[in-house]
Design a protein around this ligand. Structure first.
Ligand code: NAP
Ligand code: MG
Length: 499
């Protein structure tokens, strides 16, 4: 398949009609007070559209629609097989609209449009297809209580689910939340990130077209402290699933505690380590994957491997290969088919990433690669892939999540030291290990206090396996059947047969 050129993408974008209103009860509507916010394309610095700025009155309306739909049984009482068919159709529709959805995500948050097209959009479709298939394959249980009692343990939908998601993988993050929530029969109110509302708004319409009844999926674009907080505090939201920063995650726990004690599930930040041992045979592959590990998606990945721990014996050779691979990750126009790294999400975020790099210099680190902000076309939202070294465990760059293409490399001598450093973060989302020693691979994988350990690769991810963190990376899991725990409650029904 020939890849689209910049001109093709621009032509496509001119034909698109952007959805900018909230989607409530099956219809696009303005915010009740008519408020809007501007959505800026980081590639051009220009406004793409004015989007409805939902406040608490709009959230009330969306939650009421969701609750009414849930209580009516129009979705929850359908057979699992019918829900499967609808979500499978939605998966197909996502693929049929892949170009449009890819452009929307790229224009909203700056990622290479080709990555959106080849990774994000099929990923979202795949997640809907996977959960659709689960609908009529997950059984309930009967407790082993003998002939006098028949006790069933059933999973039941919780009712109204709120999903609050970030901007780094707009369609995928929405899909990770919506697919398992919907397949169980819940109704959902989704708040996309302020920077990336368009694909979620389009998805809502595709869901309706696929057969998700009006009111079952609602989308309320808006600002975190307004629409996000209103969902967090809403008395009729039974479960809230969040992906975003640790700081905002903690706010949702507070909102729940101060309102109706809704379930809150947090996928939060990370500072993942990548351990390269001197018994790793393919150092070039390790270096190529290490570059991917902190440059893919402009480094705006919660599980990005931003702490490189390299055993002394291979330090020189590994670093030399890493610097070679970083050359292919130089930022470029997101609409250019050859760009592997695009624009950061907005100017404010690019400022923050540069301040982190400055902190590294100030705190005694030396820059081995990158370190510069670039202007490409009309935008200065580009930062080179950057590696620093010479920073101790207390350095800001070693402790804090940057969410940009910035890694700190540190040599180590012994396995125990590497493990101690790897585990010394308040986060615990993911880690990678490179070794050809089978026993070491198992020993180290077991000792790492993280949600996902990738051995001889980085960022292992699939709908078949749970994703989520230890520590302040959050709790609860996205993907896999384990995600269903967030959107169902267990009911025990005890039938006494003696009497
Ligand atoms: P963020 O600022 O925490 O925002 C996430 C969501 O929360 C957005 O929809 C945001 O709305 C909303 N929000 C912000 N402030 C709020 C408030 N006071 N009350 C209620 N809601 C509020 O995170 P981000 O900057 O979009 O994304 C980057 C973060 O996400 C990183 O820390 C990254 O590690 C994390 N992340 C984690 C995972 C994971 O699976 N563990 C995956 C991807 C990203 P606005 O957009 O309007 O601010
Ligand atoms: Mg934000």
């Amino acid at each position: 398949m020939t890849r689209k050129t910049q001109i093709d993408w621009q032509a496509l974008s001119q034909k698109l009609r952007l959805r900018t209103q909230a989607f409530i009860d099956g219809q696009y509507v303005d915010a009740m007070d008519g408020a809007t916010f501007e959505s800026i394309n980081p590639r051009t610095g220009q406004a793409v559209s004015k989007v409805a700025r939902c406040g608490s009155a709009d959230v009330d309306r969306a939650v009421a629609a969701a609750k009414k739909a849930f209580d009516s049984g129009v979705w929850a009482a359908r057979s699992p097989r019918e829900r499967k068919q609808v979500l499978a159709r939605l998966s197909d529709l996502i693929l049929q609209h892949a170009d449009e959805l890819a452009w929307l995500d790229s224009a909203d948050m700056g990622k290479p449009v080709n990555d959106a097209l080849s990774i994000d959009i099929p990923g979202a479709a795949g997640v809907f297809a996977w959960y659709a298939e689960s609908a009529d394959k997950v059984y309930d249980q009967i407790a082993p209580l003998g002939p006098d009692v028949h006790a069933t343990i059933t999973r039941e939908p919780v009712g109204v689910v709120a999903a609050v998601v970030p901007w780094n993988f707009p369609l995928d993050m929405a899909a990770w939340k919506l697919a398992p929530a919907l397949v169980c029969g819940n109704s959902v109110v989704l708040k996309p990130a302020e920077q990336s509302p368009h694909s979620a708004l389009r998805l809502a319409e595709l869901a309706l077209q696929a057969g998700v009844p009006a009111g079952v999926l609602n989308v309320v674009p808006g600002l975190g402290p307004e629409a996000g907080q209103a969902l967090g505090r809403h008395p009729d939201v039974a479960s809230l699933t969040f992906t975003g920063s640790t700081e905002v995650g903690k706010l949702f726990q507070r909102y729940a505690g101060e309102s109706n004690m809704k379930m809150v599930w947090l996928e939060a930040g990370g500072k993942s380590a990548n351990l390269i041992f001197d018994d790793c045979a393919d150092l070039d592959l390790a270096a190529a994957k290490a570059a991917f590990g902190f440059c893919f998606n402009q480094g705006e990945v919660c599980s990005a491997n931003t702490r490189l721990l390299v055993q002394r014996g291979v330090w020189d050779r590994f670093m030399e290969r890493l610097l070679v691979h970083l050359k292919s990750w130089q930022p470029g126009d997101p609409l250019n088919a050859d760009s592997r790294m695009g624009a950061l999400v907005d100017r404010g975020h690019a400022d923050r990433v540069m301040q982190f790099i400055e902190s590294g210099r100030r705190e005694g680190g030396s820059v081995l690669a990158g370190g510069q902000r670039l202007t490409i076309g009309a935008s200065d939202c580009y930062v080179q892939p950057t590696v620093l070294t010479g920073l101790g465990p207390e350095a800001t760059l070693v402790r804090e999540e940057v969410f940009g293409p910035v890694a700190v490399a540190t040599p180590f001598e012994m396995e125990a030291q590497a493990l101690q450093w790897a585990n010394s973060s308040p986060y615990g989302l993911a880690a990678s290990v490179w070794t050809d020693d089978l026993k070491r691979a198992h020993r180290v994988a077991r000792a790492l206090r993280v949600g996902t350990v990738s051995v001889n690769t980085v960022d292992a991810l699939d709908p078949c396996v749970p994703f989520g963190g230890f520590g302040q990376s959050g709790f609860g899991r996205d993907l896999s059947l384990h995600a269903l725990d967030k959107f169902t409650q267990l009911k025990t029904s005890w039938f006494d047969l003696k009497t």
